[in-house]
Design a protein around this ligand. Sequence first.
Ligand code: ADP
Ligand code: MG
Length: 342
Amino acid sequence: MRKIRFEVLLVAAIGLVVLASCDKQAVPGAILELNGPVMGTRFNVQVVGMPESLDKEALAAEIRATLDGINATMSTYLAESEVSQFNQYAGTDWFPVSASTAKVTEAAQKISAATGGAFDITVGPLVNIWGFGPESALEAMPDRSVIAAVSERIGYQKLDVRVDPPALKKSEPDLYIDLSAIAKGYAVDVVCDLLADKGLENFLVDIGGELRFTGRNAQGDLWRVAIENPRGDRKPYEVLSLEGGAVATSGNYRNYFEIGGQRFSHTIDPRTGRPVNHSLVLATIVSDEAMTADGWATAMIVLGAEEGIVVAEREGLAALLLSEDGESLREASSSAMESLRD
Ligand code: ADP
Ligand code: MG
């Protein structure tokens, strides 16, 4: 990820030569745009400057097959997925999984350790009793005793991951994992790697708002990534222009339910067993990799702005956190985020 500010300084220093070479020019070659449903949301892939030698249809089919493959491996909505099979498995010895499941789990476990368990892929049973999982939607708030009993089953320390040979291991038979908060980002990375391997240099991959991009758009400009305004205004909160990178956003304002006028987020704080309940409404993480950006964005929503910004600084994360403050928004941004801004 290179800083846009650096480019601007360069233009000022070298003058017309650089300005001329920066003059935007449409990228030659064909454009591929592909979208459709995946992982309970939608994906969008835009490729600019496809050489004639590349078969568009074949590339589109390869992207779809890649996404379907990740979904078929990691979805908790599919009883046959690898993750579901691990969840159904009642043994406590190593359970062989694909390299991809091990990789995503390992990344998740690192975020758990760095957040004292605020981010926790074993939180699934709590997600389910709050009506956000593959089980049925919620009609009433779960009982305190149910929350306490289900919380007993939670804990990332009860899960072990091994990368070579790839396998997972639970210390308690009923441990259940849910990769929803990080798998979309992983899938974005895999599609980006696939495109880069084909020699493509200009593309953007988006799955449900977790995105990664490189090079230029069809107009020859840097990709512009809008950070949605959580207050629902038409205008985006901010537009980022970067040479490339991953941008993941987690929000507390879109995916929620209401009981008796109270809003409940789909992000659960494993430390309380309840949906998060604080003023942080949006967390955006900018990184090189969509997987970690996705996981960390969700982690920020659990931590809240105050704890989140401390952890972001400590971890060197580029984080933008927006909290509701009466009628307005309060912003907190880490120093790594500040250095990316224009
Ligand atoms: P968002 O973009 O709003 O963060 P994600 O899809 O990335 O949404 O993550 C939300 C999903 O993460 C939930 O639907 C749930 O399955 C799972 N989840 C909820 N709470 C946690 C948590 N504390 N740690 C990890 N995953 C969680
Ligand atoms: Mg996430």
